[in-house]
Write a protein that binds this ligand. Structure first.
Ligand SMILES: Nc1nc2c(ncn2[C@@H]2O[C@H](COP(=O)(O)OP(=O)(O)OP(=O)(O)O)[C@@H](O)[C@H]2O)c(=O)[nH]1
Ligand SMILES: [Mg+2]
Length: 293
């Protein structure tokens, strides 16, 4: 059989389960997952390698109407995912209507690229609701093949993967066959820490935070990391640190545990908090943090 390879880009509204699906395909926790919208801020490549295929999956940020520069750049990642896709995976969840962004939605329904529409979270649904939702999506996105799935429980995930392979063009591999992602180690350190921030702080705090891992030093038995948690204002810094430093300590302990799992090695993590005024609206800063391609 000829070798197949191509880009399979996952797009959809915030919080529908895009990152959960990507991790299920790859079999590693490449993308962080939380119950909050806008968890994913980057385009993250996850590669599934087989003897005669290489699937280049892209997890992308949920589609929103951008309100500040950071979100503009997040939507830039979604746009780029439209441009180079060999297969577009459009994910929706049970009960959802459609993309709030009409321009993106129109692009999906009028594209020549094969579209797979995944109706996710069906573990929360019943047969009757499922049938009516499939009916609705068939009418809304007539160019799509629809699969009901549960990314969380793995229902139908293997079937979708097989269909994706069928749709891929014949092509040699783009990356060496032992490659898992295009992101460097520090990126995953940043993301694991940010996941803990998303989990433990409320309201605007997680959205005002960016992580900058300044040191990643691997020794024989241990990896030493130093990361800065950046916030936009002094008051946010106080909230991150918490009473007697307890809140920050919890972030550090939980992140370290996950980092040890991710890297398969003992980790020493030093965390600092710094105010970096309005970094979310500053082009230069955003570029430094990898937001402008
Ligand atoms: N019940 C159920 N929950 C799911 C399923 N897939 C994902 N979730 C949950 O939905 C929430 C969002 O999942 P994510 O994978 O982070 O969603 P996302 O689309 O990547 O979100 P953003 O990055 O914010 O756009 C998490 O709480 C997941 O555990 C599913 O199949 N069933
Ligand atoms: Mg995500």
């Amino acid at each position: 059989m000829a070798h197949k390879a191509g880009f399979v880009n996952i797009i959809g509204n915030p919080n529908v389960g895009k990152s959960t699906l990507m991790n299920a395909f790859v079999g590693e926790k490449l993308s962080i997952i939380t119950s909050k919208a806008q968890t994913t801020r980057h385009r993250i490549l996850g590669i599934v390698n087989g003897e005669d295929f290489q699937v280049l999956l892209s997890d992308t940020p949920g589609i929103i109407k951008p309100a500040y520069e950071l979100q503009e750049s997040m939507m830039g990642f979604v746009k780029s995912a439209f441009e180079d896709a060999d297969v577009l995976v459009y994910m929706v969840e049970i009960g959802e209507k459609e993309l709030k962004d009409e321009a993106f939605f129109n692009k999906i329904i009028s594209t020549d690229i094969p579209v797979i529409l995944l109706l996710n979270k069906i573990d929360k649904s019943n047969q009757e609701e499922l049938e009516s939702q499939v009916q609705m999506w068939t009418e809304k996105v007539p160019n799509a093949e629809i699969f009901p799935v549960s990314a969380l429980e793995g229902f139908n995930v293997a079937e979708v993967f097989n269909r994706i392979i069928e749709l891929l063009p014949e092509s040699p591999a783009f990356y060496p066959k032992d490659t898992l992602t295009d992101k460097p180690e520090r990126f995953f350190v940043n993301e694991i820490i940010r996941e803990k921030i998303l989990m433990h702080y409320k309201k605007e705090i997680p959205y005002a935070v960016e992580i900058d891992t300044q040191e990643f030093f691997e020794e024989e038995k241990i990896i030493r990391m130093r990361s800065v948690i950046m916030v936009e204002r002094e008051t946010q810094k106080g909230i991150i640190i918490g009473h007697k430093g307890a809140a920050l300590k919890r972030v550090g302990v939980e992140a370290r545990k996950d980092l040890e799992k991710f890297f398969g090695k003992q980790v020493h993590l030093e965390l600092y908090v710094k105010v970096n005024k309005n970094w979310r609206s500053d082009q230069r800063q955003l570029k430094r943090f990898g937001y402008n391609e």
